[in-house]
Design a protein around this ligand. Structure first.
Ligand code: AMP
Length: 510
């Protein structure tokens, strides 16, 4: 089934009810009804159809977040083409790569970027470039207005492509993960049940929509439940707090939780209507998990997923399924197979750390035009190697220890950065840390740590090193600790260890 059709069927019977209420941006007086969503996505789908594009054309989109950008996504699904969202941070060199690699038939960009993006796109064979700004202006909507506001969704099967998400590509070139209508719909349906979406739910949508978290997990969650969204173009902790009393569900990356904790207005009273706080995309510090519970009375539900697989695991929603355990990402979702294996492909017993492999209806169809790369990332028996390192406890909870490429091998010993970071973060005065390996003449790699001090605290690298000695094996103790003001993070809150590795690569003069 076309994913759009499933979402459309979930719209409430009263199409004049509010579907999306913008909280910020140029126009907060205009709310979008379910009928608006239906009609506007139909106009966009009709516009796309009028272009007579080849079937399953890629529609690349690099625009600021807006409700219209979401409508464009729905219009692309509806017309049966393939949505290709691009991070708004990408610059010319990156955009050129994506255009050459994905060969989109259509590119939709912000008006201010039209000149250079259209030049690149036309050169690579893209036939149509439209503009869409976050104030509802631009040629896309101007053109769409001339098209009818009803449209029969294109027939799609579960295996047909719905979207391509380029991975953040911290090593090598970014790869386009091909997600099918079946991948996205099955995952959205599982999450709807697992997280207990219910009538009357209201989601605060404060995440970007070029990424799996905001585009799929958050938007599909609300749409498939016919639930209203309070829509923030940009995350602002004060705006979120002001609207919390009207909401029941919030999804955020860990940084958003940390920023909300910095607000005095975050109280139990402010959260009393809330049903569920969900975190993911990067590890949630145990301290944030604990502080949140203390301040709000709510236990954050942490889940784990990735562009290639949508959601894989989740802490339980219902108490009868178990507690929400901080530091873990919960259990594999219904229908998801998850196993941990060592480098030789041997299955590891509970509690032992190894590579996480997964299987299920949510696992992507492969990397766009990279059959070799795709083959490498799947085992002979069809499991996808996530590239994450972790373990499964005897009672089934999954813990992520880090990305396999972040694993440090020093003097032949494996060091899992997350383990060392956990010990560092417990030391007085330490707010957070990132542990990396840098080339070392004797050990291959030497362990280094970059640490952020708590507000007002004075921390010395040498003291932290001394404090770690005796607590953990000597080979795991960082040989050097740098104290910095903040860790480099991408928009999804992930620490960019590749940047840190680059910065410190000459430290040991290997
Ligand atoms: P992306 O494809 O950008 O969504 O990145 C996916 C990666 O983010 C995963 O492979 C994990 O390394 C990481 N990730 C996502 N959720 C979590 C989580 N809850 N805890 C730790 N790492 C996570």
């Amino acid at each position: 089934m076309n994913l759009f059709t499933a979402l459309r069927e979930a719209f409430p019977a009263d199409l004049d009810g509010c579907a999306i209420e913008p909280v910020d941006g140029p126009d907060t007086t205009h709310v979008y009804t379910w009928r608006d969503l239906d009609r506007a996505s139909a106009r966009i789908a009709n516009l796309l159809e009028s272009l007579a594009l080849p079937p399953a054309s890629r529609v690349a989109v690099q625009v600021e977040k807006s409700v219209e950008a979401l409508l464009l996504y729905l219009g692309v699904l509806r017309a049966g083409h393939v949505f290709l969202p691009l991070n708004t941070a990408y610059q010319a060199a990156e955009i050129e790569y994506f255009i050459d690699n994905a060969q989109p038939a259509v590119f939709v960009c912000a008006g201010k970027h039209f000149t250079w993006i259209s030049r690149l796109a036309f050169k690579a064979g893209t036939t149509h470039v439209f503009t869409l700004n976050d104030d509802r202006s631009g040629t896309l909507l101007e053109r769409a207005t001339f098209h009818p506001d009803s449209h029969t969704p294109a027939t799609k099967s579960a295996d047909d492509l719905a979207a391509i998400l380029y991975t953040s590509g911290t090593t090598g070139r970014s790869k386009g993960a091909m997600l099918t209508h079946g991948n996205l719909l099955s995952n959205a349906q599982v999450l709807q049940r697992y997280w207990g979406w219910q009538p009357g739910d209201v989601l605060i949508h404060a995440l970007p929509i070029f990424h799996v978290h905001g585009l799929f997990v958050a938007s599909h969650g609300a749409l498939l439940n016919g639930s209203k969204m309070l829509w923030l173009g940009k995350f602002d902790p004060k705006e979120v707090l002001a609207r919390l009393p009207e909401a029941t569900v919030f999804m955020g990356v860990p940084t958003l939780y940390v920023r909300l904790l910095g607000e005095a207005g975050l109280t139990r009273a402010a959260c009393k209507n809330m049903r569920l706080f969900i975190s993911g995309s990067a590890p949630l510090l145990i301290e944030t998990f604990n502080d949140w519970r203390e301040r709000t009375g709510h236990t954050i539900l942490e889940r784990y997923g990735m562009s290639e697989t949508v959601m894989l695991t989740s802490n339980p929603y219902r108490p009868e399924d178990g507690e929400r355990r901080g530091g873990t990402v919960g259990f594999p979702l219904p229908g998801v197979g998850l196993r941990v294996r060592d480098d030789q492909g041997r299955a590891l017993p509970p509690g032992e750390v190894g590579g996480i492999e997964v299987k299920g209806p949510n696992v992507f169809a492969g990397y766009w035009r990279m059959p070799e790369k795709t083959k490498e990332e799947f085992t002979a028996d069809g499991w996808f190697k996530t590239g994450d390192v972790g373990k499964v406890d005897p009672d089934g909870y999954v813990t992520i220890v880090g990305r396999s490429k972040d694993l440090i091998i020093t003097g032949g010993y494996n060091v899992y950065p997350a383990e060392v970071e956990g010990f560092l973060n417990e030391l007085p005065g330490v707010a957070e840390s990132a542990v990396i390996g840098a080339p070392h003449p004797d050990f291959g790699e030497g362990v280094l740590a970059v640490v952020v001090a708590r507000a007002g605290a004075q921390v010395q690298g040498a003291e932290l090193i001394a404090a770690l000695k005796g607590r953990i094996a000597g080979f795991k103790v960082p040989k050097q600790v740098f104290v910095v003001n903040e860790l480099p993070r991408n928009t999804m809150g992930k620490v960019q260890k590749n940047l840190l590795r680059e910065q410190h690569k000459g430290h040991f003069n290997a």
